[in-house]
Design a binder for this molecule. Structure first.
Ligand code: MN
Length: 284
């Protein structure tokens, strides 16, 4: 059944994530030919920070969890754990999952279209060697996903329920480079914010009190997620060149009971077009 695993893992009365309408999948499968196939990367601050790499195929999103995120350096192969297919509608989701599976903050880190560089995607998935190009804001050019012989690696390739390990590798082209894209362009392509901004927008109360709404394990997990989101913000603003970081955000990051109000991400920190410029500069 389409999206069975996805649905099994979630309680849609308590998560803002899309429930996955099979009709959408069927309609989308027809439209994709004209629109181009969608891809996205969602940066997910859960119990561990990771990047969810998703490629639209046959109306759903084939998904891999990439702990360190994509690298533009062809020498850096990034582990990508194949996980359950996600609904097409999930692709632009950004927000807070307050509890349950995947509890944490989801940021739409990149999106665009992808094109297979093989004639038969099913055969490529089964073989465990899928070459493709990406046309996103941050990720462009030629890439490959290769299934490894590591843990679970020998189990069925195209199957959506087998957790197998793959490697996500950039091919050498004009869009490759030594830039650490995750660090260079850390923000959302949807809201232009960071995790702390997304959290603040979703739930100003959590932000003001700097305390999770729930107690128990979920509360503890969220406390660590809030702390991590603030640390990432402080780290980024510490590195930022150009306009000085705003004092209020800094103060908020330092104070445990920060009264800092939610403020939008500094526009100057938006790096949507920067990788393009970098790649161009490199060529010229
Ligand atoms: Mn995830």
């Amino acid at each position: 059944m389409v999206l069975e695993k996805y649905k099994q893992k979630r309680n849609f009365t308590s998560t803002p994530e899309p429930s996955g309408d099979v009709k959408v999948a069927a309609e989308r499968a027809k439209k994709a030919a004209a629109d181009g196939l969608f891809f996205c990367v969602q940066k997910h601050l859960a119990s561990h920070l990771h990047y969810d790499f998703r490629l639209e195929y046959k109306g759903v999103l084939l998904s891999w969890a990439v702990p360190k995120g994509p690298s533009l350096d062809p020498k850096t192969k990034r582990l990508a754990m194949h996980v359950e297919d996600h609904p097409f509608e999930y692709g632009t989701f950004e927000g807070v999952i307050p509890s349950g599976y995947g509890a944490g903050i989801v940021m739409l880190w990149d999106q665009g279209t992808w094109t297979p560089q093989v004639d038969d995607v099913d055969a490529a998935l089964k073989k465990g060697d899928l070459k493709f190009t990406l046309d996103g804001y941050k990720l462009k050019g030629s890439w490959v996903l290769v299934r490894t012989r590591g843990w679970g690696g020998s189990r069925g390739g195209g199957s959506s329920d087998a957790k197998t390990s793959w490697l996500l590798i950039k091919h050498r082209d004009d869009w490759a480079g030594a830039v650490d894209i995750a660090e260079f362009a850390p923000l959302s392509v949807k809201s232009e914010g960071d995790f702390a901004d997304i959290l603040a927008q979703d739930n100003p109360d959590i932000w003001r009190s700097n305390r999770p709404a729930e107690g128990g394990d979920t509360g503890k997990l969220f406390q660590s997620i809030i702390t991590r989101a603030l640390a990432l913000k402080a780290e980024r603003e510490g590195h930022a060149e150009g306009p000085a970081p705003r004092a209020s955000a800094k103060a908020g990051a330092k104070r445990k009971t920060g009264s800092a109000k939610a403020t939008p991400a500094p526009r100057a920190a938006s790096t949507k077009k920067a990788p393009t410029a970098t790649a161009r500069a490199k060529r010229s």
